[in-house]
Design a protein around this ligand. Structure first.
Ligand SMILES: O=P(O)(O)OC[C@H](O)CO
Length: 413
């Protein structure tokens, strides 16, 4: 009997090792093909743009940016015009011409007496020399740690990356959205960011302050919290905070999709939905809602693309329309529903963002903003091709096998 057991264990172990080996081979193979493709067919930067447009939302004004150069110009202008306080947080800050421009502007602000706070994620910037993140003492810098004590003991409150992108200046102007800071994003990537001017900037300030005060070291200043004299239910920031086991962005998406009656337009860089989000979208399509998903045909993460592809069949059979963005990386994390609800933020629709990282998305109830985001979606769609169920069903057996082998990796991304 024990001999039989050990034979079964050996067979199981070999099967598992064979599966892991095949998975590794697929990942390495896809990565190699992707590197080659990038060399012979680099992404173009001639995607359609929608110019920034300012719109009132209650007592505030919002502006949608879909082109990095426009955004960085206005962010830098806000930093250069700061009089009291700058709160700046970015998942990635590249040590390139754009990153250096931001660094210089932040230092100059501190030199003229502005209180400057900077947060970045240590893991996302591992390839950036530490020297780049050295600022003069007038700038307060918090590097979200590579590993937080407690994580090794599986304390999930200590998990997640700081994936947020926030700038808030003087409590008057704020920016939030998908853009990291780097030259490639300025012209090569299609992303979406929101500028807020007016009382709703508090939403972003508050998000930054709570994060800073929770994670600052003892020798760093506390950012005082005086509350807000005014906030608008039309524009609210939702924050995923692993330290508090709070992940409202996923709930926000589920609630909004569940209410949809006419249309759902979602733009995502990496779309790897969980069971509930997938089924909420299909349920909406089944009740007659026009559900459209726009994603890059080829993103900068080949494995994420293949994990995403594993859902295409079910989505298409469920009536969801898929639009694949061509020849450029679309990195936006936005959705607009029924001409009245929209979200713009940092969270991807994948496990890492929705139940893993520190994230921030603004949820906006406003018909003008929704109409504008629909226009952006339509404009983006002119640079996308619609994938049909017929085409997808005819993909090669090798492609189907790769999807099946990679399926167990879904929870990792
Ligand atoms: O994590 P995101 O969504 O900010 O995307 C970052 C890019 O993938 C950088 O390679």
């Amino acid at each position: 009997m024990p001999r039989k057991h050990s034979m079964v264990a050996t067979v199981l172990l070999r099967t598992l090792l064979g599966f892991l080996g095949a998975q590794l081979a697929v990942v390495l193979g896809l990565t190699a093909v992707n590197q080659w493709r990038k060399r012979v067919r680099p992404l173009r930067a001639d995607f359609p743009r929608t110019p920034p447009k300012a719109l009132p939302v209650d007592a505030s004004e919002v502006t949608v940016y879909t082109y990095g150069e426009d955004l960085y110009r206005d962010m830098l202008q806000a930093i250069r015009g700061a009089r009291h306080r700058i709160l700046f947080e970015s998942f990635i800050i590249k040590n390139d011409a754009t990153g250096r421009r931001f660094k210089r502007a932040l230092i100059e602000a501190a030199e003229r007496g502005v209180d400057v706070y900077v947060v970045y994620d240590s893991f996302a910037n591992l390839v950036v020399p530490r020297k780049f993140f050295r600022f003069p003492s007038g700038v307060h810098v918090l590097a979200y740690p590579l590993l937080r004590p407690g994580l090794l003991l599986l304390d999930i409150r200590k998990s997640g990356r700081d994936h947020r992108k926030i700038l808030a200046v003087d409590g008057e102007t704020g920016f939030v959205g998908g853009y990291n800071v780097g030259s490639v994003y300025a012209t090569q990537w299609r992303d979406t960011h929101l500028r807020v001017a007016g009382p709703s900037v508090w939403e972003l300030e508050n998000a930054f302050r709570d994060f800073w005060n929770m994670l600052r070291s003892e020798d760093q200043p506390v950012i005082s919290d005086t509350g807000t004299p005014e906030w608008s239910p039309a524009l609210r920031a939702h924050r995923n905070v692993p330290e508090q086991l709070v992940y409202p962005i996923r709930g926000m998406y589920l609630e909004a999709i569940d209410r949809a009656r006419a249309h759902v337009y979602i733009t995502q860089a990496y779309f790897i939905p969980d069971h509930e989000i997938l089924h909420a979208l299909i349920a909406a399509a089944q009740r007659g809602v026009d559900v459209r998903l726009l994603m890059p045909e080829t993103s900068n993460h080949v494995v994420a693309d293949w994990l995403s592809r594993g859902f295409y069949g079910e989505l298409l059979r469920g009536g969801v329309k898929l639009f694949l963005y061509q020849n450029a990386m679309v990195h936006a994390k936005t959705a607009t529903i029924d001409g009245r609800w929209s979200t713009i933020g940092t969270a991807n629709v994948d496990r890492l963002s929705l139940t893993g990282n520190y994230e921030i998305n603004v949820e906006v109830f406003d018909s003008d903003l929704a109409a504008h985001l629909e226009q952006v979606f339509d404009n983006d769609s002119t640079n996308a091709r619609r994938l049909t169920l017929e085409e997808w069903s005819g993909r090669s057996l090798v492609a189907k096998l790769c999807e099946a082998l990679l399926r167990p990796l879904r929870p990792l991304l």
